[in-house]
Design a protein around this ligand. Structure first.
Ligand code: PLP
Length: 377
């Protein structure tokens, strides 16, 4: 049996007729960039996330940049963020000319360790980026308190967390602004690149709307600097159709996770993901952590389980193999191995199992059985 890591084809097949019609409509109207399909999607997505404003963008990376750019982050500023995230979180800051400042993650939630944020604040700090990693909300209340105390912006990188909740409220509207990604493999995926910014702040919304389109509110009249970060019409149309099913797909992901949890919880060397008491996890990724004592031993165990599963047709992933503070591109920041032990463990001992809404019980059970075989032999 072969279990894919995710199955975009099965997902497409489940909405094929509707999506094809929506794409055809865009072609017939020749509204290839922004246009009605994007505006309608923005309205629907804002409603789905219970936030006032949404702006469709060319990618999640661009949305990260727009959020910090719109808040006025620039050269000389520092932006605090977790060390264990996808690189695009950091691009938000670097594209503004600012310096990313990394913080270790919490050992259980894998999200930014709120107890380690304040010690990183300097006179240059302007913002904190809370990443809702793997689809689980970061602990926003204490972060909001820290931000308020030190007069900082707090924003969310929600690229992996569509419809995730924090203390019963949908994320995306709980901070100054949030960025989403619609990369095809994300919980809500476009058929190309796409992203969004959400906010409840009307001034910020208007500012980012301008930045998204060449610093103009009227064609060829450029009031501020800007960029081309617009969403394509076809992506808006596709996303609007798929959004209708997102609740159902989220439930399906949660059900896959529950079955994995049940099947794996008795294994002593496997740490299953923990849904924190404050969070409703949407399982963009289902990441286990191997524990065999030291990080070296756990890393070895992780790699041999990874190889075993791969040989047996189970496609797995690493999210992410190198934490940001150890990436070549950030050598200039002067971090070293050992600076962030929880993030390094997350990178060295974590393993992402297949996770997608269309997963069958047969596929889930196959993955669980192969993992059990591995530990029994
Ligand atoms: C996917 C992702 C992004 C970037 O999104 P793109 O649409 O691929 O540019 C940013 N941050 C995180 C945490 C992501 O997972």
């Amino acid at each position: 049996m072969n279990v894919p890591f995710l199955d975009l084809k099965a997902n497409y097949n489940s909405v094929k007729a509707e999506v094809n019609t929506a794409i055809q409509n865009v072609l017939d109207n020749t509204a290839y960039i922004l246009g009605a399909s994007v505006q309608n999607f923005e309205k629907d997505f804002a409603a789905a996330q219970q936030v006032k404003y949404c702006l469709g963008t060319s990618s999640g990376t661009d949305a990260n940049h727009l959020v910090l750019w719109g808040l006025g982050i620039g050269p000389g500023d520092e932006v605090i963020m977790p060390a264990n995230t996808f690189i695009a979180t950091a691009w938000g800051a670097t594209l503004c000319g600012a310096t990313p400042v990394f913080v270790d993650c919490h050992p259980e939630s894998y999200n930014i360790d709120v107890s380690k944020v304040e010690e990183k604040i300097t006179l240059k700090t302007k913002a904190i980026v809370a990443v809702h990693l793997y689809g689980q909300s970061a602990d926003l209340d204490p972060l909001r308190e820290i931000a308020k105390k030190h007069n900082l912006f707090l924003v969310e990188d929600a690229a992996q967390a569509h419809l995730a909740e924090y203390r019963g409220k949908l994320i995306g509207g709980l901070t100054n602004a949030a960025s989403f990604s619609y990369y095809p493999g994300k919980n809500l995926g476009a058929y190309g690149e796409g992203g969004a910014v959400t906010t409840n702040d009307e001034l910020l919304f208007n500012k980012i709307k301008k930045l998204r389109e060449h610093g103009q509110s009227q064609k060829y009249y450029h009031e501020t600097l800007g960029h081309n970060y617009r969403m394509e019409g076809i992506q808006g149309a596709v996303l609007r159709v798929k959004l209708k099913y997102l609740n159902k797909w989220t439930d399906a992901r949660r059900s896959v996770a529950a079955k994995y949890n049940e099947g794996l919880k008795s294994l002593k060397k496997v740490i299953i993901p923990k849904e924190m008491s404050y969070a409703k996890h949407v399982y963009h990724l289902y990441v286990i952590q191997l524990n065999d004592g030291s990080l070296e031993a756990s890393n070895k165990l992780r790699d041999s389980l990874k190889n075993y599963l791969t040989e047996n047709g189970v496609n797995v992933g690493l999210h992410y193999p190198i934490p940001l503070h150890l990436q070549e591109c950030f050598k200039y920041l002067g971090y070293k191995k050992g600076d962030f032990p929880n993030s390094e463990r997350n990178a060295g001992a974590g393993l992402s199992l297949p996770m997608f809404p269309e997963m069958t019980d047969e596929q889930i059970n196959y993955v669980i059985s192969r993992i059990k075989d591995f530990f029994n032999n």
